[in-house]
Design a protein around this ligand. Structure first.
Ligand code: GTP
Ligand code: MG
Length: 207
């Protein structure tokens, strides 16, 4: 039987880190050097043919970096099931802001079981500068990120991989929700275990 999922995913991070560019690349396969700040929030839809019997629709909420200083994020975050948190590898201040965004997410948004929503960290503009892998590995573990990816919207690197990692975590949460509702079902728990084993995104330390 064909399964369809609709997931609301937030894309957050400071001004100019490349959130809109990442989404445009991912959804429309385009890139522009030209910077036009997002006002409030923008939306995009990406349809993934996940496997033979699963279609995943990602409703991407592109939240303006400016919004960290405003009061609207609580409204924007509502009902989201995952997040991409972006920083710009060439600007340290945007990395410092990552924890502020993560805190904002964790204080304003939890899943039904009270767990934080899965978040994947994107080290963007990696076409311009390399990152310290080991530093980001431990940063993700310590701060509860599902994983991290060096991305470039310009060169189209790793965006699909990062999104796939996030979707795997979202699907795993969905399955455990179903299991909670029907804890007696051995078949489901076997299925959940199998799907947890599939969580193989290399950088996902917490899976
Ligand atoms: P706000 O909407 O203000 O929050 O910014 P944003 O995070 O949406 O940033 P945006 O995508 O508008 O990108 C800002 C600038 O960075 C633009 O000039 C982009 O062309 C540039 N940019 C985005 N991604 C990359 C990348 O991977 N590499 C390089 N070299 N430039 C990038
Ligand atoms: Mg933008």
């Amino acid at each position: 039987m064909q399964q369809e999922h609709l997931f609301k995913v937030l894309v957050v991070g400071d001004l100019g880190v490349g959130k809109t560019s990442i989404i445009k690349r991912y959804v429309h396969q385009i890139f522009s050097q030209h910077y036009r700040a997002t006002i409030g929030v923008d939306f995009a839809l990406k349809v993934l043919h996940w496997d033979a019997d699963t279609v995943v629709r990602l409703q991407l909420w592109d939240i303006a970096g400016q919004e960290r200083y405003g009061n609207m994020t609580r409204v924007y975050y509502r009902e989201a099931v995952g997040a991409l948190v972006v920083f710009d590898v060439t600007r340290a201040s945007t990395f410092d802001a990552v924890l502020k965004w993560k805190d904002d997410l964790d204080t304003k948004l939890t899943l039904n079981h009270g767990k934080p929503v899965p978040a994947v960290l994107l080290a963007n503009k990696s076409d311009q500068m390399a990152v310290q892998q080991s530093k980001l590995d431990s940063f993700c573990k310590e701060n509860g990120f599902a994983g991290w990816f060096e991305t470039s919207a310009k060169e189209n690197s790793n965006i699909e991989e990062a999104a796939r990692c996030l979707v795997e975590h979202i699907l795993a949460n969905e399955e455990s929700t179903v299991m909670d509702r029907d804890a007696g079902s051995l078949m489901l728990s076997a299925y959940t275990k199998k799907s947890k084993d599939r969580l193989k995104c290399t950088s996902c330390a917490n899976s």
